[in-house]
Design a binder for this molecule. Structure first.
Ligand SMILES: [Zn+2]
Length: 298
């Protein structure tokens, strides 16, 4: 009822509610002529009655410009399992994550430090803990990636790359949760899908779409194992694994359909979804660009 009343009010103001408007009466024509849309989207009886720009939008004061008070900081945990110790040694020697976090710190202003901790968890997981401002990357999950991708690759090099790709996809996903928390970024819908989008966007814009696709493959392989509909977690805050796979595949395809035409040609991504993926990717890009713009350093 309230909605209807609101709609009727709008009809009186701008005659915009009805999908198919009846022939205008003289009264409506007068009303339509009388109102104008101001620069800020509001409606007024005349331009003179629009709010002046200076009163509505003020230049940000020094205090409103986000200060860079924090950084992403890498922490390596104490490891008992020798296999994980070996993995940790490889990571430390390659300085892969140190370089990644340095690059992020060079472009992003954070209000607090956010820790990225690689550790043995006793659980196959990766998570962001808001109370600690800490991303936890479990070696058990990286080890699980190795098991998952093993049967799909032909060389050690491909294996290492697939595992690293899925690890980076996961790291940027968790980093997305961290940014949503410390920057108080507004999210509507599922935050899990939103940060899958951010991770895909970061990797795709860095030119490593394959990393996003290996992240997607993780969900495809897991999803393929879930054959019993009663075992699917419809209640979960994450979308179903196969939905996450198709989302990421769509965004990667949407960034550059020509380069990723095989996703459609090989029947991986249905055309019904693919035809809207360029628009989806552009929306993803525009949204995160707008949300993170205040925190990007010059
Ligand atoms: Zn998540």
């Amino acid at each position: 009822m309230k909605k209807l009343l609101f709609c009727l009010t709008l009809v009186m103001l701008i005659a915009a509610c009805a999908p198919k408007a009846p022939s205008p009466t003289s009264e409506q024509i007068i009303v339509e002529k009388r109102v104008v849309q101001c620069w800020d989207g509001s409606i007024a009886e005349s331009i003179e009655k629009c709010p002046p720009r200076s009163e509505i939008k003020e230049e940000p004061t020094i205090e409103e410009i986000p200060k860079d008070l924090g950084d992403f900081k890498l922490v390596y945990g104490i490891i008992k399992d020798s296999a994980y110790q070996e993995l940790q040694k490889l990571f430390q020697e390659a300085k892969l994550f140190e370089t990644t976090l340095d690059e992020l710190n060079n472009v992003l202003s954070l209000p607090v430090d956010v820790y990225v901790r690689f550790q043995e968890c006793g659980d196959t997981n990766a998570l962001y803990v808001p109370e600690q401002k800490q991303i936890i990357m479990c070696y058990e999950l990286i080890s699980y990636f190795a098991l998952l991708f093993g049967p799909l690759v032909e060389t050690e090099e491909e294996w290492d790359q697939a595992v690293l790709h899925a690890t980076f996809f996961t790291l940027y996903h968790e980093l997305g949760h961290g940014l949503v928390d410390v920057l108080d970024i507004p999210i509507t819908g599922k935050e899990e899908d939103a940060v899958d989008g951010l991770s895909t966007l970061i990797l795709a814009e860095a030119g490593v779409e394959d990393a996003a696709l290996n992240g997607a493959t993780w969900f495809l392989l897991q999803g393929a194992q879930q054959t019993n509909i009663e075992d699917l977690a419809f209640w979960d805050e994450h979308s179903l694994d196969l939905q996450r796979f198709f989302n990421i595949a769509c965004w990667v395809y949407g960034k550059n359909p020509e380069d990723h035409a095989y996703l459609v040609d090989d029947g991986i991504l249905p055309m019904e979804r693919a035809e809207r993926c360029s628009a989806e990717y552009q929306q993803l890009y525009n949204s995160w660009d707008k949300l993170l713009a205040p925190y990007l350093k010059e």
